[in-house]
Design a protein around this ligand. Structure first.
Ligand code: ZN
Length: 140
């Protein structure tokens, strides 16, 4: 059964353009509240509302809700919410392994690899690391 979409602050009757995902860090105290539902969020999805050009920072769950309500649009070909979300989640899982003590085994323009805690080779888009976790690729 399909989950009912709950409308909050950002109304489904308006339209929104997806601008990008910004990574927050709870460690650095960079979290804020979702402009849609009011919950604390660490990863901010930036959107702009069409009716008044106002910008909002919302959580990934709320962005998915807007998308399912067919009110969230990509910014032409320059942004793609689901693609970014996939890449972000992939990079976040990769970083989790690195934070647990695994190290990068290889890196090229396309992919960066590590051997994860289960001993399996894991890959991540290098561009995603550069975008959201640049400190990982900088030499210590
Ligand atoms: Zn929310």
């Amino acid at each position: 059964m399909e989950k009912k979409l709950i409308e909050r602050n950002l109304k489904f009757t308006d339209k929104y353009t997806y601008l990008g995902i910004t990574r927050g860090s709870v460690m650095e105290g960079q979290f804020c509240t979702c402009d849609n539902c009011g919950k604390l969020i660490t990863n901010m999805v930036e959107v702009v509302r069409h009716s008044d050009r106002k910008h909002f920072s919302i959580g990934t769950d709320c962005a998915e809700t807007l998308s399912k309500a067919k009110t969230l649009y990509n910014n032409g070909t320059s942004t793609d919410f689901y693609n970014d979300l996939y890449c972000y989640n992939n990079a976040a899982r990769f970083i989790t392994e690195l934070n647990a003590g695994c190290s990068i085994t290889d890196s090229n323009v396309m992919y960066t690899y590590c051997i994860n805690r289960k001993g399996k080779k894991m890959e991540c888009y290098t561009s995603a690391l550069q975008k959201w976790f640049p400190e990982i690729l900088e030499p210590a």
